[in-house]
Ligand binder design. Structure first.
Ligand SMILES: [Zn+2]
Length: 80
């Protein structure tokens, strides 16, 4: 019997990975925030936990647009 592992896609590198290897981001009307618990209600997006290149502003731009820089800084601070 195999256990189903939910997968999500990283917004930066677009790889599909098990949810546990990704950090959840929460999309709010105020912007993008980090949701380490993965449990806040609302629309979520995901980024790799173990891949610093996925926290680069240019990789986040497609997803976060004008907030890419702020999100990049928040991710670096979070993982520091
Ligand atoms: Zn990634």
């Amino acid at each position: 019997m195999s256990k189903h592992v939910p997968e999500r896609m990283c917004v930066a590198c677009r790889r599909r990975r098990p949810k546990g290897e990704l950090l959840r981001l929460l999309l709010t009307t105020a912007g993008v925030e980090i949701d380490p618990t993965g449990k806040k209600p609302g629309r979520g997006a995901y980024v790799c936990k173990d891949s610093p290149e996925c926290w680069e502003e240019k990789k986040l731009r497609r997803f976060a647009k004008g907030q890419a820089k702020a999100l990049s800084e928040a991710l670096r601070a979070f993982f520091a």
